[in-house]
Ligand binder design. Structure first.
Ligand SMILES: [Zn+2]
Length: 323
């Protein structure tokens, strides 16, 4: 009896301690309980990225996401009056030794924007190995690791169409970004990750969904080409590298019947879903963000492709496929 009492007492202490620990974790976790949007303009992304890259050889390295979150906290998320000079002033202050906490008007606002912007951007910049198909390896360099989602030098058109009305099936907002280009254009993976979904979807047609390795970003590439939508490597669970060819642009979708092209204009639809909570996501609470500014930024980092006559596919000219 005494022994059972000791076990019960120990178990109670464990539960209480665990409860306190979980409460502490919750208190130190940034709650994303406001509407989530990623509306940093391209100009601010570009300027912040340049400051980040330039600072890597300076005494005070600067993180572009910190800069953007600081700006957002100070303008309450309203970038409509964004000026490069505001960002430059932050950079100068940081390089002069000011801490982010002294430059940010509200630490809770900063934490909120840092969480959202970091979820979108943290994995996209860093040190990378520049390698080419002939296996020559350049010294490790620092910069964008993510790639533009179409093969280099193809002609395309786009505009900010996030939220535009779509009516197939039911009226809803467009939760992605469209790149209009020729059918058959090779589609490039923006970031590395695992293929989570592949196959037919009545809205997206032949589509492929790739989850980033940290689990927080889900890239959705849709309306891929009739008859030959995917690169032969693509299977459920396959590890895909940033810059790898995953499929081809088409106009499939808007049909319950597979392999039907009911979209009038060939284009790549790309969506980016942020995942903070798997249960929320499973319950249908999906968080899609506007990719227009980011895709505009990524246009400076494209990968060339070449025809692989052995497997009748285009392959990226990056070296990961040659190993
Ligand atoms: Zn679309």
């Amino acid at each position: 009896m005494k022994r059972r009492f000791r076990w019960c007492a120990a178990l109670s202490v464990l539960i209480i301690v665990t409860g306190i620990a979980l409460t502490a974790v919750r208190q130190h976790t940034v709650k994303v309980d406001r509407p989530i949007a990623f509306d940093v303009p391209y100009a601010a992304l570009q300027r912040a990225l340049e400051a980040d890259i330039a600072s890597q050889h300076q005494a005070v390295p600067i993180n572009w996401v910190d800069l953007l979150a600081c700006l957002a906290a100070n303008c309450h998320g309203d970038f409509s009056r964004y000026r490069d000079s505001d960002l430059d002033a932050l950079v100068s202050a940081l390089q002069a030794g000011s801490g982010l906490d002294r430059l940010t008007e509200s630490s809770s606002d900063f934490a909120y924007y840092r969480k959202i912007y970091g979820t979108v951007l943290d994995g996209l910049v860093g040190f990378k190995e520049d390698t080419t198909h002939d296996n020559s390896t350049a010294p490790s360099s620092y910069g964008l690791k993510a790639y533009f989602p179409l093969a280099a030098d193809v002609s395309y058109e786009h505009y900010d169409d996030f939220g535009d009305e779509r009516t197939y099936g039911y009226v809803r907002p467009h939760l992605g970004h469209d790149l209009l280009c020729a059918a058959g254009t090779p589609v490039i993976a923006i970031e590395e990750g695992l293929i989570e979904a592949i196959g037919w979807n009545r809205y997206g047609g032949w589509r492929i969904g790739i989850r980033s390795l940290d689990g927080q970003r889900y890239y959705y590439y849709a309306h891929l080409q009739q008859d030959h939508p995917y690169h032969v490597r693509c299977r459920q669970g396959t590890l895909i590298h940033a810059g790898e060819v995953i499929g081809y642009v088409g106009r499939t979708g808007y049909s319950d019947i597979e392999n039907v092209s009911n979209i009038s204009v060939p284009h790549l639809h790309i969506g980016l879903e942020l995942i903070f909570d798997e249960q929320e996501r499973a319950a249908g609470h999906e968080i899609w963000v506007d990719l227009y500014p980011l895709i505009t930024l990524l246009a400076q980092h494209q990968t060339e492709v070449h025809w692989n006559s052995t497997c009748h596919e285009f392959d990226s000219s990056l070296s990961f496929l040659s190993g």
